[in-house]
Design a protein around this ligand. Sequence first.
Ligand SMILES: N[C@@H](CCC(=O)N[C@@H](CS)C(=O)NCC(=O)O)C(=O)O
Length: 203
Amino acid sequence: MQLYDGGRAPNPRRVRIFLAEKGISVPTEQVDLGSLKHKAAEFAAINPLQRVPALVLDEGRVLSESIAICRYFEALHPEPALFGRGPLEEAWVEMWQRRLELHLLFPVAHVFRNLHPAMKEMEVPQVPAWAEANKPRVMDFLALLDRELGTRRYVAGEHYSVADITGMIAVDFMKPAKLAMPEDLNNLKRWHEDVSSRPSAKA
Ligand SMILES: N[C@@H](CCC(=O)N[C@@H](CS)C(=O)NCC(=O)O)C(=O)O
């Protein structure tokens, strides 16, 4: 298999962190988004959506979508469990992972993609008003997450999970999106320091 990675971009980073948590190493090729290599014919033939990450399997199919790739590795290497254990915990992790994706990662991405000059060839057209509309959504969700994290160590409970990975890469993505973390969200800060101190966070 071959993983097509994308440097500092948040979605490929989700997969790298997930693999690091599992202790799995996969042959990897970097796709340089800055020089639009993901839009070249060679990569478009691998993923017609022209997005990374993408995982080319030995049997020929190509998995894209970060969470689909993570789920494949979870099934191949169940330990440590990062999608929860048992019916309720698995559903709970799923719920939080999805909430973090829809209500934090996507709004932060909308801000970055619609305002940052480096994105003008990838986000066509850039709609600055859509970026501005998403800024308060990010702040509202961070406040909710801060309240939730006052009741437990990790996003979905007492065990680190894929929801923490999505949450951490989303919070880190706030920096290039020029979104400042509010000063008073102490539970969120404690959690972010905790998950960022894991060796996998450097992946
Ligand atoms: N839903 C996809 C999103 C993939 C995605 O948007 N990747 C970004 C990098 S974080 C990308 O390839 N962007 C290139 C572009 O927008 O042209 C996933 O979860 O993997």
